[in-house]
Design a protein around this ligand. Structure first.
Ligand code: ADP
Ligand code: MG
Length: 264
């Protein structure tokens, strides 16, 4: 079963009297375990499509099946619940809480969690996750005391704390130098290969996209090249093994708008 199946998705924004059609009949399919780049020039509709794929927004029409469930008609609350259980997000600006330690940033989604971990358990889980991204010696640093690459690794740890099977990254290396970008992209590759995490990398940068197994190209709201799934990705379970718990995750305290990170 595909993890993602979209059929004929349209999205039109309404600005007063004016209709702004942005997505014009997008159909695509993504299998569990894929590492896909969604590529297109600025204004082509990448973020609009990612917001719908990530259940931050709903389409104007069309079908969207996510992990076997038709989600295009869900309410805002139902989408939030689904995001908390199944989706992780990483943004260009990291979106970490200032004056808050790396450990507390990563543990934050757990404080809203349906899992009801004790504070000690939550901090242990967060510490394990920071170790996983190579930051065990930076747990008590605040974002301003960390490099950009380290901040993005904290954001990745936070995105994965509830073991979502699917991770979205919107221009995740946009604020990083080339060496640090490389490190972050290698981390995505490793999470995909070792843990079977399905990753959708939104980027305008061909150097970033070349880390993906497949490139989906969007132009003016239409998919112009769907790429094709490599046979090897189909064997993955698509379920991240990073944290042990299978329990549904948390409310990350994000509204639809806030969770989109204010990205254009
Ligand atoms: P990309 O991420 O590829 O740069 P976007 O999806 O952000 O593209 O934007 C695609 C088009 O949709 C742009 O022309 C943009 O102006 C328009 N757009 C995006 N969001 C809105 C909105 N909330 N209201 C009206 N128009 C929007
Ligand atoms: Mg964008």
């Amino acid at each position: 079963m595909p993890l993602i199946q979209m059929r004929d998705i349209f999205k039109t924004y309404h600005l007063g009297e004016v209709d702004v059609p942005v997505l014009k009949g997008v159909s695509l399919q993504i299998e569990p375990g894929e590492l896909v780049a969604l590529m297109g020039v600025s204004g082509s509709g990448k973020s609009t499509l990612m917001n719908i794929l990530g259940c931050l927004d709903h389409p104007s029409s069309g079908e969207y099946w996510l992990d076997g469930q038709e989600v295009s008609g869900l309410s805002s609350d139902q989408r939030a619940n689904l995001r908390n259980r199944k989706l992780g997000f990483v943004f260009q600006n990291f979106n970490l809480l200032p004056r808050t330690s790396a450990l507390d940033n990563v543990a934050m989604p757990l404080t809203y969690s349906a899992q009801h971990l004790s504070e000690r358990q939550a901090r242990q889980r967060a510490a394990d996750m920071l170790k996983r991204v190579g930051l065990d010696d930076r747990m008590h640093h605040e974002p301003s005391q960390l490099s950009g690459g380290q901040q993005q690794r904290v954001a990745i740890a936070r995105a994965l704390i509830n073991s979502p099977p699917l991770l979205f990254a919107d221009e995740p290396t946009g604020n990083l130098d080339s060496r640090t970008s490389q490190e972050v992209l290698e981390m995505f590759t490793q999470l995909n290969r070792q843990d079977g995490l399905t990753i959708i990398l939104v980027t305008h940068d061909p150097h970033v996209a070349q880390h993906a197994q497949r490139i989906i190209r969007i132009h003016d709201g239409v998919i112009v090249a769907p790429g094709s799934a490599p046979a090897s990705s189909l064997s993955f379970s698509g379920r991240s093994q990073i944290a042990a718990s299978e329990t549904p995750g948390s409310n990350q305290g994000q509204t639809d708008h806030a969770a989109s990170g204010g990205q254009p």
